[in-house]
Write a protein that binds this ligand. Sequence first.
Ligand SMILES: CC(C)(COP(=O)(O)OP(=O)(O)OC[C@H]1O[C@@H](n2cnc3c(N)ncnc32)[C@H](O)[C@@H]1OP(=O)(O)O)[C@@H](O)C(=O)NCCC(=O)NCCS
Length: 166
Amino acid sequence: MTADLVLRPALASDIETIISIESRGSISQFIRPWRHERHAAALENRNYAYLVAEVGDETVGFAIFQEVLSTDRAINLMRIAVDEPGQGYGKTLMRLALRHAFIDLGAHRLWLDVFAENDRARNLYLGLGFVEEGRLRDAAQKPDGFHDLIVMAMLEDEYRALPDAS
Ligand SMILES: CC(C)(COP(=O)(O)OP(=O)(O)OC[C@H]1O[C@@H](n2cnc3c(N)ncnc32)[C@H](O)[C@@H]1OP(=O)(O)O)[C@@H](O)C(=O)NCCC(=O)NCCS
């Protein structure tokens, strides 16, 4: 049940679960998995915020923010993923992540970039009220060549105008 999904700060002991999610074939095409050491260093860094999504005892996804200490209050949602895409967890996770960014972290602007061909993620973000701000042509390289990234963002006022914002 997506209603049972909760977010909590990640611990070092969650890193292997995060890596196992981001390494799955359906996910690693849109997220470049990091090695354990890189996650461990970021988790210790106050400029990052690591959250895991749980349903009961099970970790079903995660969200990682960076630039949390931005003096512009412009926070980047660096990566988000669920272990079973298409089950509705992503939307719930993303709503809670928005709340964390704007209420707990005090973001003025929450931005992200997404592969242009990642229709599921783009639809998720658009459906939640993100605005597409531009296309970075050939900005990321994958084994099959260069790909465009779409920059999307939501501002504090836009978040507070959402029906389910708190
Ligand atoms: C992106 C991701 C987090 C979304 O989570 P999810 O659980 O799969 O998404 P949900 O089932 O909650 O669906 C959310 C929205 O996505 C869109 N969506 C879902 N399936 C879709 C599909 N097959 N095609 C296009 N859009 C789709 C819809 O807008 C949907 O909202 P709706 O149900 O109100 O129509 C998840 O798919 C994922 O982990 N993908 C791999 C990693 C990734 O791409 N991360 C984002 C990098 S920027």
